[in-house]
Design a protein around this ligand. Structure first.
Ligand code: BGC
Length: 350
């Protein structure tokens, strides 16, 4: 188990940023920068032992500053959308930054993906960990309360990258944290041939602004039924209103089994390379986003042009717009409470 670090660049505000490399005894390597807590690379072997980088991203800090779609980043204070950038808590209405039409997306104009986190390397015999801490001040992007957030990236010898989220506040607020890695287990092309299983019997349909309507819909008989292994591209162009509204998959799946137990949310298998990714989490939902808004305008690592469906995201989280949807599990965090969630990305071959 090894952690090394290098200088990665300087932000426009003059803050020094590092790039950390976590390597396990199997040769799996994860690179993470403390700018936005971004995972810049995950190198894992295919079925012939050939390593490959399975996430989209950039080689330089400058590209992340200017040409990113939340590639690999930590998302907060609230992942996904909040309708009309407003929510009411304990009788007070809060106005958040507007950055997605009329709505608030992924924490606002300068969310947790664009701030510099305080890094701490934790060396152990069986894991390599990078702990990142960030204090989001009362009023930042419109949110109430000083929120102290600690995210720990843990690489194990079982080729598993675990992400542990922890937060506390000094005043009631809302919190919904996730990571926005775009995966492509073939290390090239699109993800349409990747075969996906999602452990969800229902999803939350959206309106044209991609805000949940409040309906909980069974996946059965719809192109969102991934309860058995199905290629992502098999039904993505079906004539189904929800696919049309989102230009593909961009939906919150309600994970089986209530309560905050850690369990399998989804499994992805890439037939050409044999790579398998298992996603497990304590979160109640998972946004599956098939990279619909990648449009070829971003050139990433190795000069690769990121076209539609070049990568897909599995974002375990609470449901979008929960603060305005009383029937969804609550995302309120109060003074004295602890926000704790764990998500794991485990790689293997088949
Ligand atoms: C959202 C998409 C959004 C994307 C931005 C995803 O989490 O679900 O609607 O366009 O993030 O990269």
């Amino acid at each position: 188990m090894k952690i090394t670090s290098d200088h990665f660049g300087v932000t426009p505000e003059g803050e020094e940023v590092s790039l950390f490399s976590l390597t396990n005894d199997q040769g799996m390597e994860v690179r993470i920068t403390n700018y936005g807590g971004i995972i810049t690379a995950i190198n894992v072997p295919d079925r012939h032992g050939q390593p490959g980088d399975v996430v989209l991203g950039h080689e330089t800090l400058e590209r992340y500053l200017n040409r990113s779609r939340y590639f690999g980043a930590l998302i907060g204070r609230y992942a996904n959308r909040i309708a009309h950038r407003r929510f009411c808590l304990d009788g007070i209405t809060y106005s958040l930054a507007k950055n997605n039409g009329e709505n608030h997306l992924h924490g606002g104009l300068k969310g947790f993906d664009k701030v510099v986190w305080r890094p701490r390397e934790i060396h152990a015999s069986d894991t390599a960990c990078l702990q990142l801490t960030y204090l989001s001040r009362d009023g930042e992007e419109g949110y109430p309360g000083n929120l102290e957030t600690i995210v720990t990236y843990v690489l194990t010898n079982g080729n598993e990258l675990r992400i542990e989220y922890f937060a506390t506040t000094d005043q009631a607020t809302i919190v919904n944290l996730t990571n926005h890695s775009y995966f492509n287990l073939a290390c090239g092309g699109t993800v349409l041939d990747h075969q996906l299983t999602i452990n969800a019997e229902a999803f939350t349909p959206v309106d044209k602004g991609l805000i949940p309507t409040g309906e909980i819909r069974n996946v059965r008989g719809t192109p969102l039924d991934f309860t058995s292994r199905t290629a992502i591209g098999e039904r993505i162009n079906d004539c189904y209103e929800q696919l049309r509204l989102a230009c593909g998959y961009d939906h919150n799946f309600i994970l089986r089994q209530k309560g905050e137990t850690f369990r399998n949310a989804a499994t992805v298998y890439e037939p050409a390379t044999g790579r398998v990714l298992e996603i497990s989490t304590t979160q109640p939902g998972m946004q599956f986003y098939s990279g619909n808004f990648l449009d070829g305008s971003i050139v990433g690592k190795g000069g690769r042009v990121y076209v539609k469906h070049s990568g897909c995201c599995f974002e375990p989280q609470h449901f979008p717009d929960s603060p305005n949807q009383p029937s969804f599990p609550t995302t309120v965090l109060r003074r004295g409470e602890q926000y704790r969630h764990t998500t794991s990305f485990k790689f293997s071959v088949e």
